[in-house]
Design a protein. Sequence first.
Length: 243
Amino acid sequence: PAPSPGRSGASHLVSARRLEILAWANVGLHALGLVVAWIGMRPGSVVMPVTERTAYLAGNPPAWAWGWGIWMACTLLLVAYLAALRRLIPDRPVTADLAVLFAVAGMAADLLCDVVQIRVLPLVAAVGPEHRTLFLAVERLAFTGGATVANGLYTAAVLLMTLSLRGHVRSLTRLAGWATAVAGSAMVVSGLLPSPELLQASTGPTIGFFSLWTVLVARDLRPLTPWPALPSPPVPPGEGEKE
């Protein structure tokens, strides 16, 4: 049998609330990731001289592993948000399906590169300066794979989802989506050059615009979500009859 309007409304309401929770979870976890990246991961990142970062990574610092672990969790939350958003868009356009597909592909690339950062790079750094070329090769692979491949797919996913939301969200929300795509494209270029300075300059705006976009989308889609129908109170026998 077909679901009743009340059940359908309740299901949509739960989906909208889930989207809002995922939006704020993305904001909080990405903010935490930026803080940990600046405090615990910066000494081993490509923005530092190679001698300094290899010396730091050779000690296999816990902050490095925990920092990348947070970014891995951010990846999972990003995909979960886009998947939940796809369920709320009326008619579920093909662009929304492609957005989720691109995000999942980006997650696969991102998680692989993060594992290389956590497990392989410190191991190579500990070998010593005589294997500096190997260290730089592994570092370049993880850097470009994360900044260009993974973030490129995420950027395309946000762009496609923004196009899917046309007519369903406000102009400011779409603008935040476009701004995310522009800043994300700069991250993609930073991995191709490669340019640690461009990566450092574009990471904050990309995450900031993305976080704003997630919250604004969740807010704008809330009115589109029907509230569950309340059952009518029973009418006592004879009360509705005319005298």
